[in-house]
Design a protein around this ligand. Sequence first.
Ligand SMILES: Nc1ncnc2c1ncn2[C@@H]1O[C@H](COP(=O)(O)OP(=O)(O)O)[C@@H](O)[C@H]1O
Ligand SMILES: [Mg+2]
Length: 241
Amino acid sequence: MLRVEALFVERGGRPVLHGVDLTLAPGRTLAVIGESGAGKSTLIGAMLGIVRSRSGSVTWDGGDLRTAYPSLVMQEPRAAFNPALSLRRSVMEPVRARRLELPDGRIGRLCAGLELDPGLLDRRPHEVSIGQAQRLGILRALIASPPIVLFDEPLSALDAVTQKHTASLIAALQREEGFAALVVTHDLGYAAAHADDVVILRNGRIEEAAAAQSFFRAPRTAYGRALREAALALGALERIA
Ligand SMILES: Nc1ncnc2c1ncn2[C@@H]1O[C@H](COP(=O)(O)OP(=O)(O)O)[C@@H](O)[C@H]1O
Ligand SMILES: [Mg+2]
């Protein structure tokens, strides 16, 4: 179980997160929703220890989250890959770093789940499409069976059809692998379709935290209602409206 308590972060001398609390259980998906600059990437950075927090705690089953080897999927699909290396080298990096033995057939099974031709692993990052690079980044994030995966706007570089398809592939793999997923997004349609719970982050504070179903049925805050109305106007919530 992930537990973030009273997380306070300053950047450039300014408070960016003002005491954020959240929890996330294995196998569950938490969508962290908020506009640009709300502090979503800072939250992920602070959880991973890439950004220093001023106070507060981030634990997994009561211990330091970092000792549980959380995985990160970045917004820019090719950012996870060294352009000079084969995709196989980069994908296998978490396995090599931890000196793990992969179960037989693991790469093949994950590639099948992500609808990736394993032959792509012999290419370089610029020799695959952006959608393939995104799914290869997810492969890299999942290869070492992490208990929790942090996704920072993982679908925003993709076209709408590829977004939907990739989101379904992630959801199917999550059911098989059982990882907890924290997904930073400003796509309410994605959150409505895939999240169990939502947290609305605004100016570094949690404006609203709720089960996804109850949030999309009836947000409790004015800001939550405005977000839902905007998404409805865009047609992003057709499935549940
Ligand atoms: N390296 C940095 N130095 C100083 N301020 C930063 C840095 N990175 C982000 N910020 C500031 O922190 C706030 C939150 O940014 P960020 O976490 O990237 O938001 P989001 O991911 O929600 O768009 C913004 O005001 C941004 O300008
Ligand atoms: Mg961000």
